[in-house]
Design a protein. Structure first.
Lengths: 336, 644
C-alpha cells in the first residue's frame, strides 16, 4: 500500500505545473533543492521497499497456522550470530546512505546561499496581518517605490528580499522559486532568489499568523530587466490628478472617508502606511493579498464589506451611497 | 524452559493469605471512596479511559476540519472557529491524549506489574496527577464550548499569542492547559523512575528489565528534562499577558525567537516521549508473538537511551526558516539524521526477531505490522525535513502535517491499538473479538493512508498548514477530497473498536492469566490483577521472567503483611535492600487537585490568584502528608531494625 501510494506520488506529481508548487521549479535554487529532494526520495523509497519486503517475506515464512501458541523457542546462538552480522551490515549501509544525504543537503545549502554574493537588487518586504508591504529602496527619497502583494523582479538576476514583520511572525514562501524564510518582528532576514524567465508565480504566507493566514498570498512578477526598469520608474510617479468631475468627486470620497486613515495615494494628502499603498492600485492584478482578481466588481464588494470576504481582516466596512461608491471606483481605476 | 502459563504466584480461591491481602489492599468503596482510590491499576485504568475520550474528542474535531477542507473556499465554518478547532485538535492530541496515554496511562498501569511491585511509588501523588490532568482537560473543553478555546496553534508562537495580538483569554487558557499537563506528567515521571529503580522484584537486574519498562523509564527521564522548557515558555507567556512583563516583546528588547527555542527544547523531545513508549510496546508484542526472546536486547536498550539523548539535540530543525546561521543549521541537520541510526537499529532488530521466530498472527501483531508499514514512511519523510534546503520547501506545509501524522499515528497509535488488543484481557479479564479487531485494523490502515498520504503531495503543491481554506484553482481540491473520504474509514474503524470493547465487556470470553503466553510479570497474576497484584512478590531469573523461570522459582516471603508493606531493592542488581510502606487511600490528593485547579484557573483572570490560591493548596498538602499514629509507630520499628 505504501509502495503503491509512493508510486502514485511519482505518477501524478511531476505532471502538475502550478503557479505555487515546489514540484515545478522556476529558478536555480528551487531546482537545486528539487535535486536533493529527488535524491532523498529515491534513496528512502528503495530502502523502504527493501525493508518492507524483507519483513513481509519474513512474516510469511515464519508464521504459524492455527490458534495454539507454541512454547517460546530457545535462542539459537549460531543462528543469531549470523543474523547479528546481517543487522550490523544493514545498519552500516544505512549510515552510509544517511551520510550521502547529509553531504547532498550541505552542498545544496551552500549552493543556494552562494547566490547572495552576486545580488544586484534589494527589495524590502514587510509582513502585515494579512498582506505584504513591498518597498524598492532608493537613495533619493522621491524615487522609493511602495507597493503591496505584488513583487516585480528582473528575470535572470539575483534579487535579495530583505524582510521583517510589522506585527506577528509571517513566512515568505514562493515554492517555484525558493524555500521559505520567516519574517520575524525585531529581526531582518535576507532571502536571495532568482527567476529564470519572465512570468508570474504565486507565493503565500507559510507561518500561521491569525484569522486570515489562509488569505495572505502574493505574486512574483518576473520581467525582462528593461520592462522591470520601465515598471519601476512608472511606479515612482505620483497618482495623476482627477480629469473629470466624477473622478474628482471620487477622490473627495476617498479623502473624506476612513480610507485616508490607513492608505497612501501619492500626490494627495492620504499618507498612512497602516494599509497597502494605493498609488498604483489599478496596475495590480489582485486585491486583498491575492484573495480576489482586481476587477471593478470585486473592488466594490471589498470596499463595501471586506469582512464578508476576509473575515477578521483589519479593514472596516465602508457604507456609502451608490454614487459615492461609483465615483470612488472610477477614481481608483485611474490609479494605474 | 517452560511456558509457565501457571505460576506459583496466582492466588487460589479461599486462600487465607489472599483474603488477608485483599483486606489490606482493597480500594475504598462508595461514591466518596471513588475519589480516595490510590492503587495504580485503578488510576491507570482511569488514565486510559480519560485519555481515550480525549482522543475521540480530538478525532471528531479533525473530522470537522476535514469537512471544511473538502471544498475550496468553503464557508462551513469561519476562520475564527477553524483556528480554535485546529488548535484544540493539536493541543488535545498532544497534551491530553498522546503523552497521558502513551506515557502516563500505560506506565502507571503496567510498570509496577512488570517489575513485580504491588503499587507504584508515591501512589497519592499518582492520584493527584490524574485528577489534575482530568480537570485541566475539562477546563479546556469548558472554555472551548464557551467560544474561548485557544486559537493560536498548539505551539502558540509569540507575538501572535502575546498580549498585543492575542486578545481575550484564549492564549491564557492554552498556557494553563500546559501547566496542568506538565505538573501531572512530571509527577508520573518521578513515580516511574523511583518504581523502576527501587521497587523491582529481586533478581531483576538492569540487564533483565523488560524493554517496555526500559522505554518508560527513559521516557520518564525525558519528561523530567524536557518539561522545564515548556514550563518556562508558557509561564513567561502568561506573565507577558497577565502582568505585562515584556519577555517576548521585540519593541522593548524582548525576543520572539527565545520562545521558539524554549518551546522546541520541550517540543522535539515530546515527539520521542510519545514515540518511545510506542517502540517498546512493539518490542513487547513482537517478543510474545514471535515466540522468542527479542533479538538484540542490549542494542535495543542502548538505542532507546541514545534516542533519549539525541532527542534533545534536534529542536532547531523546527526553526530552519527563522534565519539561523548556516553553521548551526548544519549541526542540527546532522543531529536530526543521526537519530535515524538508533531507530534503524531497533527496526532491524525487530525484523530479525520476526524472521527468526515463529510468528503468530493475532490482532496485536497485525497492528505492529501496520506500525512498520506506516511509521517507516514517517521516519523516511523525517529525513526530508532534516535536510535544511528541502525543509525550507516543506516546512509549515501539509507535507509536514503528513510527516508527523505518519510518525505519531504510525509510531504511537498503531502500537497503542496493538497494546489495547494485547493487554485488554489483562486489564478487564475479557478477551476482545479477533474478528472485529481485524476489521478495525484494516479499515484503520487503509483509511489512514487515504487520509494522510495525499497530504504529502498537497504540501509540495503549495498548501501551507493551518489554512482554513484554499483557492479553487490551486490544484488542491481533489487531494483534499480524497483525504476527507479517508477520514470516514478511520471514523468507522475506531467506532468498530468501541463496539468490540463494549461487546467484550458485556459478554466477552473470560481471559486466563496469560492468554498469549507472554513472558513478563504482568502475566503472572490473574486477569484482572487483584488489588494486591501478586499473592507473593515474585523473583526473576531472566529477561522474560515467566519464560526463564526455574522449575521452582522462589517467591518473596516474610514481609509483614499487616500493612501495605513493600520491598525495596538496589538499583543495579535488584538485591533486596529494605522494606517500606505504601500510604493508605485518602481523599486529600483529590482535594489538593481541586485546590490546584482553582488556583490555575484563577490565575488566568487575576495574577493574585496564585498567592491566595496557595493557601488552600498548603492546607490540603498538610492534611495529605499528616501521618497516622500507627504508621509512625511502624516506621520507627522499621528504622530501628534497618539501621542495625
Amino acid at each position: 500500500m505504501g509502495a503503491i501510494s509512493q508510486l502514485a506520488m511519482l505518477l501524478f506529481a511531476p505532471g502538475f505545473h502550478g503557479k505555487q508548487t515546489a514540484l515545478s521549479p522556476a529558478g536555480p535554487q528551487a531546482r537545486t533543492i528539487e535535486h536533493t529532494f529527488l535524491l532523498i526520495f529515491w534513496i528512502t523509497a528503495v530502502v523502504y521497499v527493501i525493508v518492507i519486503a524483507v519483513l513481509a517475506i519474513g512474516v510469511w515464512r515464519a508464521r504459524i497456522h492455527g490458534n495454539e501458541l507454541p512454547p517460546p523457542q530457545p535462542a539459537n546462538p549460531v543462528h543469531d550470530r549470523i543474523v547479528a552480522r546481517i543487522v550490523a551490515g544493514a545498519l552500516g549501509v544505512s549510515i552510509v546512505l544517511l551520510f550521502i544525504m547529509l553531504v547532498s543537503s550541505y552542498r545544496t545549502s551552500h549552493a543556494t546561499s552562494a547566490l547572495a554574493a552576486s545580488s544586484a537588487l534589494t527589495i524590502n518586504v514587510y509582513g502585515h496581518q494579512w498582506w505584504w508591504e513591498v518597498e524598492y529602496p532608493n537613495k533619493e527619497p522621491y524615487k522609493i517605490v511602495h507597493t503591496a502583494n505584488e513583487i516585480h523582479v528582473p528575470a535572470g538576476v539575483p534579487v535579495t528580499i530583505h524582510a521583517t514583520s510589522r506585527d506577528v511572525i509571517h513566512s515568505f514562501w514562493a515554492p517555484n522559486i525558493h524555500g521559505k524564510k520567516d519574517l520575524l518582528p525585531g529581526y531582518f532576514n535576507d532571502l536571495t532568489l532568482e527567476v529564470d524567465q519572465p512570468g508570474n508565480w504565486r507565493g503565500q504566507c507559510a507561518e500561521f499568523c491569525g484569522e486570515q493566514h489562509a488569505h495572505m498570498s502574493f505574486e512574483i512578477v518576473a520581467q525582462s530587466p528593461q520592462d522591470f526598469q520601465r515598471w519601476l520608474s512608472a511606479q515612482a510617479l505620483s497618482a495623476p490628478g482627477p480629469t473629470t468631475p466624477q473622478i474628482a468627486h471620487g477622490q473627495q470620497v476617498f479623502l473624506s472617508h476612513p480610507c485616508v486613515m490607513c492608505h497612501t495615494i501619492g500626490g494627495t494628502t492620504a499618507n498612512s502606511r497602516v494599509g497597502p499603498d494605493l498609488t498604483h492600485l489599478a496596475s495590480r492584478s489582485t486585491i486583498a493579498a491575492g484573495t480576489l482578481p482586481n476587477t471593478i466588481g470585486n473592488l466594490a464588494g471589498w470596499i463595501s464589506n471586506p469582512q464578508s470576504i476576509k473575515p477578521g481582516c483589519r479593514m472596516p466596512p465602508n457604507p456609502m451611497s451608490s454614487t459615492d461608491l461609483n465615483d470612488l471606483l472610477a477614481y481608483l481605476e485611474t490609479l494605474r | 524452559m517452560s511456558t509457565s502459563t501457571v505460576s506459583p504466584i496466582l492466588p487460589e480461591a479461599g486462600d487465607p493469605k489472599a483474603q488477608q491481602l485483599e483486606a489490606i489492599w482493597r480500594e475504598p468503596s462508595g461514591f466518596i471512596g471513588w475519589f480516595k482510590a490510590v492503587h495504580h491499576t485503578t488510576i491507570g485504568k482511569r488514565y486510559m479511559v480519560t485519555a481515550f475520550i480525549f482522543f475521540l474528542a480530538a478525532g471528531i474535531l479533525a473530522g470537522l476540519m476535514r469537512l471544511q477542507l473538502a471544498f475550496p473556499e468553503a464557508h462551513i465554518m469561519g476562520p475564527d472557529l477553524y483556528n480554535q478547532i485546529f488548535t484544540m485538535h493539536g493541543s488535545v492530541m498532544m497534551f491530553l491524549f498522546a503523552v497521558p496515554m502513551m506515557f502516563e496511562a500505560l506506565s502507571v498501569y503496567f510498570v509496577p506489574l512488570m517489575v513485580g511491585a504491588r503499587n507504584i511509588a508515591f501512589p497519592r501523588l499518582n492520584a493527584y496527577s490524574y485528577y489534575l490532568y482530568v480537570m485541566g482537560g475539562i477546563m479546556l473543553f469548558c472554555f472551548f464550548f464557551t467560544n474561548t478555546g485557544p486559537d493560536r496553534g498548539w505551539f502558540a508562537y509569540v507575538p501572535l499569542s502575546g498580549p498585543d495580538y492575542g486578545p481575550g483569554k484564549r492564549a491564557d487558557v492554552w498556557a494553563q492547559l500546559i501547566t496542568f499537563t506538565e505538573v501531572s506528567a512530571l509527577a508520573v515521571a518521578v513515580e516511574v523512575v523511583v518504581t523502576v529503580f527501587k521497587l523491582r522484584a529481586p533478581g531483576m537486574s538492569l540487564n533483565r528489565i523488560p524493554l517496555f519498562v526500559w522505554g518508560q523509564v527513559v521516557t520518564a527521564f525525558m519528561v523530567i528534562f524536557a518539561m522545564p522548557g515548556v514550563v518556562v515558555a508558557s509561564t513567561m507567556l502568561l506573565l507577558d499577558r497577565t502582568t505585562s512583563t515584556q519577555f517576548f516583546n521585540p519593541a522593548v528588547g524582548g525576543d520572539v525567537l527565545l520562545y521558539q527555542h524554549l518551546f522546541w527544547w520541550f517540543g522535539h523531545p515530546e515527539v520521542y516521549i510519545i514515540f518511545i513508549p510506542g517502540t517498546v510496546i512493539v518490542s513487547s508484542i513482537i517478543t510474545t508473538f514471535s515466540r522468542r526472546h527479542i533479538f538484540g536486547y542490549l542494542a535495543i536498550v542502548l538505542s532507546v537511551i541514545a534516542t533519549g539523548f539525541i532527542a534533545f539535540g534536534l529542536w532547531v530543525h523546527h526553526m530552519f526558516a527563522t534565519g539561523i546561521p548556516q553553521m548551526s543549521e548544519s549541526f542540527f541537520t546532522a543531529a536530526s539524521m543521526m537519530i535515524a541510526i538508533p531507530t534503524g537499529t531497533q527496526i532491524f532488530c525487530w525484523v530479525a526477531t520476526i524472521v527468526t521466530g515463529k510468528v503468530v498472527l493475532k490482532t496485536p501483531m497485525w497492528w505492529v505490522l501496520g506500525f512498520f508499514f506506516v511509521f517507516i514512511i514517517g521516519g523516511m519523510t523525517g529525513i526530508f525535513v532534516a535536510a535544511v534546503p528541502v525543509d525550507l520547501q516543506v516546512h509549515d506545509t501539509y507535507f509536514v502535517v503528513a510527516h508527523f501524522h505518519y510518525v505519531l499515528i504510525g509510531g504511537a497509535v498503531f502500537p497503542l491499538f496493538g497494546a489495547f488488543m494485547y493487554w485488554f484481557p489483562k486489564i478487564t479479564g475479557r478477551m476482545l473479538s479477533e474478528k472485529l479487531g481485524m476489521w478495525s485494523f484494516w479499515l484503520f490502515l487503509i483509511g489512514f493512508n487515504i487520509t494522510f498520504f495525499p497530504m504529502h503531495i498537497a504540501g509540495l503543491r503549495g498548501m501551507p498548514r493551518r489554512v482554513y481554506t484554499y483557492g479553487p484553482g490551486m490544484g488542491l481540491t481533489l487531494l483534499n477530497q480524497i483525504e476527507s473520504c479517508g477520514y470516514i474509514l478511520l471514523f468507522i474503524s475506531v467506532f468498530m473498536f468501541l463496539i468490540n470493547v463494549w461487546m467484550s465487556l458485556r459478554n466477552g470470553e473470560r481471559a486466563p492469566a496469560n492468554p498469549w503466553g507472554g513472558g513478563t510479570l504482568e502475566w503472572a497474576t490473574s486477569s484482572p490483577p487483584p488489588s494486591y497484584n501478586f499473592l507473593y512478590l515474585p523473583t526473576v531469573n531472566g529477561r522474560e521472567a515467566l519464560w526463564d523461570a526455574a522449575p521452582n522459582q522462589p517467591v518473596v516471603v516474610g514481609l509483614h503483611e499487616d500493612a501495605r508493606t513493600f520491598l525495596t531493592t538496589r538499583i543495579i542488581d535488584a538485591e533486596p535492600e529494605g522494606t517500606d510502606e505504601f500510604p493508605a487511600p485518602t481523599i486529600w490528593p483529590f482535594l489538593a487537585a481541586v485546590a490546584t485547579t482553582v488556583m490555575f484557573i484563577g490565575s488566568i483572570f487575576r495574577p493574585v490568584a496564585v498567592s491566595i490560591g496557595a493557601i488552600p493548596i498548603a492546607i490540603t498538602l498538610i492534611a495529605w502528608f499528616w501521618p497516622t499514629r500507627q504508621e509512625a509507630a511502624r516506621r520507627r520499628e522499621r528504622d530501628k531494625w534497618q539501621k542495625t
